[in-house]
Ligand binder design. Structure first.
Ligand code: C5P
Length: 222
């Protein structure tokens, strides 16, 4: 199968030397890419700025802003069977980017922000998409409720939720996996490499199930 995976943070420029970003390290997404390759899948890894070496056998696309990530994902999603959107995309970007460095002053200064495009939702709302769509949810409270809301609103097949206070920038994580049909699965505290292997197994199993079901429907219609 072909996996498309997004990872890392995005950077939203304010001026030529400043940007808005977040603390995502990219470790979870890169670990999923490694695990998918290890299981014999093809991988396209679309990553924001991260200080990790990309897996050698992956097709690696390096991006910086949420708009660049949006475009790269849309160029490759339809060629993939599984899309795993793991990146911590910035939720807002400056409404205007200054072409020159903004000078320091003594007065208060505020920046107008506008929402970025939601890449996961844009894929979920695409009619007739064939790939299995997996989103991530890093939450600090009401993890299950917030993840279930995301699953519905972004129309994903699977949402992998984690506690942002444990998962960010660390080597370990603890996951709650919610499926479209209401099923739920928990994976307890483990290194991200082990979690990634389990996730890849779950994703390929569900992708196969989804494609088998679609093939049966097509056969029944003809
Ligand atoms: O809404 P929230 O940002 O918490 O959702 C997280 C999920 O949505 C992750 O899978 C993330 O990669 C994806 N996302 C996205 N584009 C955005 C914001 C989030 O693809 N602009």
């Amino acid at each position: 199968m072909r996996f498309l995976i997004t990872a890392g943070p995005t950077r939203e420029p304010i001026d030529p030397v400043r940007y808005i970003s977040n603390r995502s390290s990219g470790k979870m997404g890169y670990a999923i890419a490694e695990a998918a390759l290890e299981a014999g899948h093809d991988v396209i890894l679309i990553s924001g700025p991260a200080s990790l070496a990309p897996p050698r056998k992956a097709k690696f696309i390096s991006v910086s802003t949420s708009d660049e990530m949006f475009d790269a994902v849309h160029r490759h999603a339809d060629k993939s069977e599984v899309c795993v959107l793991c990146a911590a995309v910035a939720d807002y970007k400056p409404a205007q980017v200054s072409p020159v460095k903004i000078k320091k002053g003594n007065a208060e200064f505020s920046l107008e922000l506008m929402p970025t495009r939601d890449i996961l939702q844009s894929l979920g709302l695409q009619e007739r998409h064939k790939f299995l769509l997996v989103g991530f949810a890093a939450e600090t409270d009401h993890i299950e409720e917030n993840a279930a809301k995301k699953l519905r609103e972004k129309n994903c097949d699977i949402i992998v939720a984690n506690d942002a206070r444990i998962g960010m920038e660390t080597d370990e994580n603890k996951l709650l996996i919610l499926f479209r049909d209401g099923e739920m699965n928990k994976i307890s505290h483990a290194p991200k490499q082990n979690l990634a292997r389990e996730l890849v197994e779950i994703f390929s199993k569900f992708a196969t199930k989804k494609f088998d079901k679609e093939n049966v429907m097509i056969t029944e219609r003809t």
